[in-house]
Design a protein around this ligand. Structure first.
Ligand SMILES: *Cc1c(COP(=O)(O)O)cnc(C)c1O
Length: 221
């Protein structure tokens, strides 16, 4: 085994053990590959990991088409902000899109899905901390946004996603996201990163997004 393969295997096993210790219904583990190249994805694929997250369409487009040919059962999640003009590219490349947050984007995704006859599952990103620099629907507009998506598009909306504010305790944000998802009848909860995934699981996360915990520290912030 190369050192990378051994290291990634070991981190995946450590994460799996922590998850097992908390819950009998493990969430989907999404390995976040942003900032790492295709060569770093291979050891995770060899170890059996199949769900991967990327936060930029361009980076994913450079990295994943060939890996997807080699591992047709791998599943790609878009977890970063999406520009409307990249909606079609995103629909071609990704299997789940976690960051639907405005009607213009919802309509562009809907049109792209109809055009190319491919319907990735969608989650709505909620900006629970109402942070200016973060994307996501503000909580007070969430109900109207979900209604409008359901009335005016055919997007397969399956859940909610959030990134809690850096300086808050994540638990209250995870609890609130879970409550909102129940209220609007959405089964999937994408919440929890390397630093807080155990808390997220305790509050019902069904998808956790781990980068550092699997691939190690990234160079870029
Ligand atoms: C980078 C990123 C992650 C993973 O972050 P880590 O702290 O490295 O686990 C999860 N979710 C989103 C939206 C990200 O951009």
């Amino acid at each position: 085994m190369t050192p990378t393969l051994a290291a990634i295997n070991q981190r995946l096993n450590a994460v799996a053990e922590k998850i097992d210790a908390i819950t009998k219904a493990p969430p989907q583990l999404i390995a976040v590959g942003k900032g790492f190249d295709a060569a770093m994805m291979r050891p995770a694929l060899v170890a059996g990991q199949r769900h991967f997250g990327e936060n930029r369409v361009q980076e994913a487009a450079a990295k994943w088409p060939q890996l997807k040919d080699e591992y047709p059962d791998c599943h790609l999640h878009l977890i970063g902000p999406l520009q409307t003009n990249k909606a079609e590219q995103a629909v071609r490349l990704f299997d789940t899109i976690h960051t639907v947050d405005r009607m213009r984007l919802a309509r562009a995704l809907d049109a792209a899905m109809t055009k190319i006859n491919r319907r990735p599952a969608c989650l709505i990103q909620v900006n629970l901390g109402e942070e200016q620099q973060k994307s996501g629907v503000a909580p007070q507009y969430l109900e109207a946004f979900i209604d409008q998506c359901r009335r005016e598009t055919t997007l397969p909306i399956i859940g909610l996603m959030t990134i809690p504010p850096l300086n808050d305790l994540p638990a209250c944000h995870f609890a609130l996201l879970a409550k909102l998802a129940r209220r609007y009848n959405l089964p999937e909860l994408s919440m929890g990163m390397s630093g807080d995934f155990e808390t997220a699981i305790a509050f019902g996360a069904t998808m956790i997004r781990l980068g550092t915990a699997i691939f190690g520290p990234r160079n870029k912030p």
